[in-house]
Design a protein around this ligand. Sequence first.
Ligand code: A3P
Length: 287
Amino acid sequence: MADFSPDMGEIEGVPMLQDICKEWDSIYSFQARDGDVVVASYPKSGTTWMQEIMDLILQDGDVQKSLRAPCFVKVPFLEMAKTSLQLANTMPSPRLLKIHLPVQLVPPSFWEKNTKIVYVARNPKDCMVSYYHFHKMDQTMPDPGPWEHFFLSFLSGKVSWGSWFDHVIGWWKAKGRHQILFIFYEDMIEDPLREIRKVMTFLEKNLSEEVLQRILKHTTFKSMKNNPMANFSVLPTSMFNQSISSFMRKGQVGDWQNYFLVSQNLLFDEEYTKKMESSGLRFRMEL
Ligand code: A3P
């Protein structure tokens, strides 16, 4: 773990941590298996939340089983580290895997196996604020600099995993061609049970109301914040320094209003309209 470096590189024009670039050949040639299930997202979109929900659905709502290991062990983050790849390769099926890759960089074997993928998307303003705090706390990420600097980096896609706009639009377009369930963070906040049911149906499970209620209870912001298997508190501070900012930070829609200046908001909205207009994809920035 101590070997992680915040240096940046690029894969097919997408900014990516140098550690990922170095391992790219083995990441891209990853072999999916029948029955694999994937959670995909742009960073800070509610991936860990969805991960917990999906794991619990696959474990038929068994909370003890869901507590068997920290989230990053039971759900390997494929592109993050050599150890995650090894973990995924040696894990018995059925596997639940996590990726942040833009759709064009997904290992082709997932498409060949017709893998089911749940993609979580979050409005870009909250995503940006969350990513800013994450950059400060995660010692393996580059220093974000002051907020006004990070704001421009995010807007121009010069951050790890690239442009938020390209990411969400790429996955949105791909959902007609593959088994992709597109879920919005804002919808999860609005009605988590409704979204849990959608995921359950997509995963072809049929869980009782009682089990669904248990999953709901175990995956609230408060439960996850207090759950050492979900809140990353088992990582050393040399990796995640949560005295700077908690991984489970606020878990809200609209927190961006505490950070965006009026001028930044105008600039952002202009760019958002230009980039998103023809995509047919809409986000709610407030509930
Ligand atoms: P904030 O930083 O805005 O609080 P990811 O898992 O993709 O890195 O996303 C992290 C974001 O999801 C953080 O957002 C975190 O607080 C939020 N989150 C995690 N679990 C959540 C939950 N159960 N309910 C609501 N938000 C959650």
